[in-house]
Design a protein around this ligand. Structure first.
Ligand SMILES: Nc1ncnc2c1ncn2[C@@H]1O[C@H](COP(=O)(O)OP(=O)(O)O)[C@@H](O)[C@H]1O
Ligand SMILES: [Mg+2]
Length: 274
């Protein structure tokens, strides 16, 4: 599939009709995973267990190559665990997972509007409804008035906002974000982070977010998993107890935030040296 979003109902164990507040909306129970087999087997994920409630925001940080993307792929159902189980609970039969990457992967010949409509077209949403929803989503990401522009006419930050709108257009149960803002320059990144945070704080979708930017992890997430070097395990869980709505610019002066940052940094430094 040429897009960064995937819709997955590949999991065998989707449980229907979970009642709120759905504390174990997504759960990993002793999940291990490796690539290849026999002598070429590369262990990547080592006995990882966690649960995530519906509407929670979990960030993963860890050394390069430790298995962060692999964990997202397991949640998406793109990779099957070699041991352990993954359970996704949804009150709807079809559990929708959307994936957003650093690369916007927009179709260059389609307008912003038509790019956002694409997942809805694929899902068979009626024309009038998908037009209205796409326009509303573009407005939410601050791109009202840019509906007809093609990707080549948009800045990098704007393209990534279109990609965000397109990801949300799938109305996902779970949003997987793999370093989604890492290719943006610092200033644009802050703008897009702020925008995304506002949308998330309003909608509270279940998010799994990979980043190498510790300040981003702390500013956005309810919980940060610090992963060990490969084969990866959860080395530490940090829960940024920072009130919402959060103001990214103000966090820099927040003592709790700064203490958490130092703690994360030293844990990660130790891991990266393993
Ligand atoms: N399709 C694949 N086949 C074989 N090895 C892979 C594949 N994808 C990733 N790997 C290896 O698995 C490890 C974890 O990769 P990945 O999950 O992409 O790490 P991260 O996202 O944390 O940087 C790396 O050593 C990588 O080289
Ligand atoms: Mg990765």
């Amino acid at each position: 599939m040429p897009l960064q979003e995937v819709s997955s109902d590949a999991h065998a164990d989707v449980a229907a009709d979970a009642s709120p507040p759905e504390p174990d909306f997504v759960s990993f129970d002793g999940v291990s995973f490796g690539y290849g087999d026999g002598d070429a087997f590369l262990p990547v994920v080592d006995d990882v267990s966690f649960t995530a409630s519906r509407g929670s925001f979990t960030a993963f940080v860890g050394p390069s190559g430790c298995g962060k993307t692999t964990i997202l792929n397991i949640i998406a159902g793109l990779s099957r665990p070699t041991a352990g189980t993954v359970t996704l609970r949804s009150s709807s039969r079809k559990f929708r997972v959307a994936y957003m990457l650093a690369r916007d992967a927009l179709l260059p010949w389609r307008s912003a509007q038509k790019n956002v409509e694409l997942p809805m077209e694929l899902a068979g949403v009626a024309r009038a409804e998908r037009k209205a929803r796409a326009a509303r989503l573009l407005d939410q990401v601050g791109l009202a008035g840019f509906e007809k522009k093609r990707p080549v006419e948009l800045s990098h930050g704007m393209k990534q906002r279109v990609a965000l709108a397109r990801t949300l257009a799938q109305d996902p149960d779970v949003l997987l974000m793999d370093e989604p803002f890492s290719a943006l320059d610092a200033q644009t990144r802050t703008i897009v982070q702020r925008l995304f945070l506002e949308i998330w704080e309003r909608e509270r979708r279940t998010v799994f977010f990979v980043t190498h930017d510790l300040s981003e992890a702390l500013a956005l997430a309810d919980r940060v998993f610090v992963l060990s070097a490969r084969p990866t395990r959860i080395r530490k869980v940090v829960t940024p107890d920072l009130p919402r709505p959060r103001h990214i610019a103000a966090l820099r002066h927040d003592e709790t935030y700064n203490a958490l940052y130092d703690d994360l940094w030293s844990t990660l430094e130790t891991e990266a040296q393993q």
